[in-house]
Design a protein around this ligand. Structure first.
Ligand code: MSP
Length: 526
């Protein structure tokens, strides 16, 4: 069986999850579910990044020990994944012993390769971004304070003894990598940013700290802990049992198929991480995909602006499946996306309730009333029937799969929504309610074709709306072991005469309380 290893970034355990974290987790989940259904042996890892000064400071502010603090935050993140039906195989926490050991092991490999040396670091550091900045990446405010021009976070001057990684030695090797594998970093415009950054020449990277101790100890050295990114990136292999590279698990899943991350941390994944891996003599991941940020009305979500949409607000307002669907639908994956309640409500109503939901509802209730609550027996198929069945079968799968290969989830949705739309046009044109009187045999054929389209749609929507998909598949009596994508298409069509349960709606319409619209508590489902 072909394998597929996918990871998200691991989130800083310094604060509760927000919608950006949910967006990434859902994106990875949709991909993982698609691949499982498409015949891959999938391993999906997500988790929390629990070390570093930022986490330590947040714990102090909360008046808790660092360990107690990260235990609580990690539970919020795994809870968020569970509440969104994110089907991770492993939730990794970087404070776990096995992870610390793996981080020390990769350090030792890089050291043995001659890439780590001791020196003194003097420069600017941002605790919030957990990264160093060069003078030309900073802006000096009238107050004299310096901030990162890109992220606007304040930097502090830092001078301490530090171990360095010889990143400068990897400039050419990295450029060669981007040249030989042009799709290694996606989307393309992000790759171009990475290439121009590396072309300027790389400086060696300070990779240990001595002024605090919430981190993984540098092996064999007192008072030094690893720079949090060395430990954080290593999660992708510690999750597979590194340093033991001879296990079935490691051999099956490494190199990783895709690291799904946000645009703000591409440099760490597309520059530092491959350099560390080359130094440690490990194969490189196959792809880094940097998704965009979710914005509201063009602005970054922030507590001070008051435009934060929390994952649980979306679930309460729309339901889990609908929240997953709308986040994947609204933004082109890879670019920033604007979300707002009115747009999301419209989208859910237009596509899930009115288009897909309505198709299922009207077809299945007609079958229930007019065909003895069984899969109808088709007569001779006309061209129009065959065309629709083809469109909803292998043809749809191939188009959707093509979009998944590019991680273009919104376009994948468009492909099956257009099939549902075509089925709604077909039902209007064929008018089975009229055929009931004029040509009952033809009515039966039309309803059979529609039931079969619904079966295929129920199968293909599973990655996005897993619960509603099961409900739809139950309603057309698809067996539990007939739900992967090998069952899409005519070869596995519904069998006439199979009894069907009483139909019930899969996608309710969202009704806004207009007096209060925009408020998370304002919508009801109807
Ligand atoms: N701990 C590091 C990642 C280490 S990976 C070895 C980190 N954590 S984070 O909590 O700040 O971010 C976790 C992920 O969420 C990142 O991929 C980040 O880009 C993503 N997002 C954070 N805010 C976001 C939005 N507003 N929108 C979409 N994704 C965003 O970085």
């Amino acid at each position: 069986m072909k394998s597929f290893y996918i990871t998200t970034a691991i989130s800083y355990a310094n604060a509760a999850p927000h919608i950006g974290h949910a967006y990434e987790a859902i994106g990875a989940d949709v991909m993982a579910r698609f691949k499982r259904l498409d015949g891959y042996d999938v391993y999906f890892v997500t988790g929390t990044d629990e070390h570093g000064q930022k986490v330590e400071k947040s714990a102090q502010l909360a008046g808790k020990s660092s360990q107690q603090f990260v235990d609580e935050i990690a539970a919020l993140f795994s809870g968020m994944c569970d509440s969104l039906n994110v089907s991770y195989d492993q939730f990794i926490r970087t404070t776990a012993d096995f992870h610390k050991k793996a981080s020390q092991a990769i350090w030792q490999k890089m050291e043995a390769n001659g890439d780590i040396y001791l020196n003194k670091y003097a420069g600017w550091y941002s605790t919030r971004d957990e990264r160093f900045y060069t003078e030309d990446e900073l802006t000096t405010l009238p107050t004299g304070k310096k901030i990162s021009t890109e992220t606007k976070t304040e930097v502090e001057w830092m001078e301490e003894e530090s171990y360095f990684f010889k990143l400068s030695a990897y400039t050419d090797k990295l450029l060669k990598l981007y040249e030989q594998q042009p799709e290694w970093v996606q989307p393309e415009f992000r790759k171009n940013e990475v290439v121009s950054f590396v072309k300027q020449g790389l400086r060696d990277l300070s990779i240990s700290r001595t002024t605090f101790d919430w981190g993984v100890s540098v092996p064999g050295v007192k008072d030094h802990i690893m720079y949090v990114w060395v430990d954080a990136l290593t999660n992708y292999i510690s999750a597979l049992g590194y340093p033991d590279v001879n296990t079935e698990k490691f051999k099956k899943y490494w190199p990783c198929d895709v690291h799904l991350i946000g645009k703000d941390i591409i440099r760490f994944h597309a520059v530092y991480w491959p350099a560390f891996l080359m130094s440690a003599g490990l194969p490189l991941p196959k792809r880094i995909f940097g998704h965009g940020f979710l914005l509201t009305a063009g602005e970054k979500m922030s507590k001070s602006v008051g435009n934060v949409i929390a994952p649980k607000d979306l679930i309460e307002k729309y339901g889990v499946d609908q929240a997953r669907y709308v986040l994947m639908r609204e933004a082109t994956f890879g670019q920033d996306g604007d979300i707002s309640y009115p747009l999301m409500t419209n989208r859910i109503n237009a596509e899930l309730a009115n288009n897909l939901g309505n198709l299922v509802q009207r077809t299945l209730s007609m079958i229930n009333k007019n065909c003895g609550a069984q899969v109808p027996k088709p007569g001779i198929l006309e061209d129009v029937d065959k065309t629709l069945l083809q469109k909803a079968g292998q043809e749809m799968l191939v188009l959707v799969r093509g979009e998944f290969e590019k991680m273009q989830f919104s376009r994948a949705i468009e492909e099956f929504i257009s099939v549902s739309h075509a089925a709604n046009l077909y039902i209007d044109e064929q008018a089975p309610w009229t055929l009931k009187k004029t040509n009952p045999e033809r009515m039966t054929t039309v309803l059979y074709v529609l039931a079969e389209v619904i079966r295929n749609l129920g199968l293909i929507i599973q990655p996005f709306t897993p619960v509603a998909a099961q409900k739809i598949l139950d309603q057309v009596a698809v067996g539990a072991n007939e739900r992967d994508f090998s069952f899409i298409g005519e070869a596995h069509a519904l069998k006439a005469g199979t009894p069907l349960p009483a139909p019930s709606g899969a996608f309710p319409r969202i009704v806004e309380d207009t007096a209060n619209s925009g408020d998370s508590a304002a919508a009801k489902t109807a």
